[in-house]
Ligand binder design. Structure first.
Ligand SMILES: *Cc1c(COP(=O)(O)O)cnc(C)c1O
Length: 445
């Protein structure tokens, strides 16, 4: 390596270490105003180049007042994690190696890392071994990936090739939700050309879970191809839908079940919280994030699909200039990542996930989840004990809700559970774990 590059990287590593070391002491909120940040960073377009070391030093200096200390242990807003050290280090290497993780041919080692990590994740998350997977930018793009597979399968079953013919003239495809789905489901439905008018809210029970009798009625109402979107950890209430029951209702009507488990799916790794996910493996597709509860640096989402051929049909692409992995007999073929993701050129984002899983192990991940849940309970209880405070919802996992009464206030009704217009901050929680029940969904694709 050129001496200058080494100096630059050593210096950058020192800046990074200093930032991390300061996280426990610095204010969590950024100090700089928008105007100050624009003044600090807003130079005119440079005509001439600047020395690398100076670029990095000044980047550190000029962003310092505008960074949120969300990677530290004193940040409690939203479901935003920090970085497991090994994952951060592996992320640096990923950028250093700069492999294009579109295809095996562009970086065989990292294609294999992805293959191995996908298999580990299925084991960790209790998902079917035969499921296919994709490493996406986040749960949003994982929804698009998984629901594209659902769209393919449901329409192919009705003789409609959606990849070729598009949606014009296709059988209408409806998407049933509790009505409390994360807005990323709405956007996935928009991006896939289904349109948000096709979203049908069936309602929730008192605990914020999808209402089973209402789901059953909605399923019976129409023979249109149907996706049921369930959630593992609703962002405002933390509610987990009753997966076993909902999956068997959906299976009886040949509907596809998709589970948004952006953070909640990880609870399955913990012995204490696994019961919340009872039956989740019976669904057809799942999304989660590695950048949330696994604490891998952004951006790192995951999609899993029980029916690999539907997933592949929806995503894969062929081009004459590419060197596609050969189908060899005897050994499983190499995995070309672009057959499973909506992206072409991409970062090898499985690498930090691989490192995080190795560094923590299954036990370390379970301990991290239990610790986080315990902290959430302590925080909610502790704040609830303060004068004027009131606990509205104790955490089911990592979210709770506390409110402070105004001095003059006597009793006021609890806030409604209207999550759709709210942000992702903690809101009312549910208490009861979903029950356990019967048969997994039938596998058809
Ligand atoms: C964060 C979140 C999403 C969106 O995930 P991104 O990784 O930000 O795309 C979807 N669903 C739920 C429940 C979430 O918490």
């Amino acid at each position: 390596m050129h001496d200058d590059s080494r100096e630059l990287l050593d210096r950058t590593a020192a800046h990074a270490a200093e930032f991390l070391a300061g996280l426990d002491a610095r204010p969590v909120a950024p100090a700089g105003s928008l105007t100050e940040l624009r003044e600090a960073l807003g130079r005119s377009l440079p005509e001439e180049g600047t020395d690398d070391v100076r670029v990095v030093d000044e980047l550190v200096r000029d962003t310092a007042e505008g960074l949120l200390a969300s990677a530290g242990g004193r940040f409690f807003g939203w479901v935003i994690g920090g970085g497991v050290p090994a994952a951060l280090a592996a992320d640096w290497l990923t950028a250093t190696w700069d492999q294009n993780a579109a295809m095996h041919a562009c970086g065989p080692a990292l294609a294999v890392v992805e293959e191995v990590t996908g298999a580990w994740l299925k084991q960790l998350l209790g998902l079917p071994e035969e499921a296919s997977f994709a490493f996406t930018t986040g749960a949003q793009s994982a929804h698009v990936t998984a629901l594209a597979a659902a769209r393919h399968a449901l329409l192919a079953e009705r003789g409609w090739d959606v990849e070729r013919r598009g949606l014009t003239g296709a059988p209408p495809l409806r998407v049933l939700t509790s009505g409390e789905q994360h807005a990323s489901i709405d956007r996935a439905v928009r991006l896939l050309g289904l349109g948000t008018d096709q979203l049908q809210a069936v309602g929730t029970d008192a605990e914020g879970r999808i209402d089973l009798p209402a789901l059953d009625r909605a399923l019976a109402e129409s023979d249109d191809p149907t996706v049921v979107c369930l959630q593992a950890g609703e962002i405002n209430t933390g509610a987990f839908d009753p997966f076993e029951e909902a999956c068997s209702l959906a299976a009886a009507r040949r509907a596809w079940v998709h589970v948004d488990g952006a953070f909640g799916l990880w609870a399955v790794v913990s012995d204490r919280h696994r019961h919340l996910l009872s039956g989740v493996g019976a669904a057809d597709s799942w999304t989660t994030d590695a950048h949330k509860w696994l604490n891998v640096p952004f951006d790192s989402g995951l999609a899993f699909v029980r029916h690999p051929s539907a997933h592949r049909e929806a995503m894969s692409i062929r081009a004459s200039y590419l060197v596609h992995a050969a189908e060899e007999s005897g050994t499983p073929p190499a995995r070309d990542q672009l057959d499973w993701t909506p992206e072409w050129s991409r970062r090898a984002r499985a690498v930090p996930v691989y490192a995080a899983i190795r560094a923590l192990g299954r036990r370390g991940i379970a301990e991290m989840i239990d610790r986080c849940v315990d902290h959430a309970h302590r925080l909610v209880t502790g704040i609830g004990d303060l004068p004027g405070a009131e606990v509205l919802a104790r955490p089911l996992i990592n979210q709770g809700l506390v409110r402070f009464r105004a001095r003059t206030e006597t009793t006021t009704p609890a806030p409604t559970r209207s999550s759709r217009e709210s942000n992702e901050k903690a809101r009312p929680g549910s208490a009861e774990p979903p029950g356990r029940a019967s048969e997994p969904c039938a596998s058809r694709w």
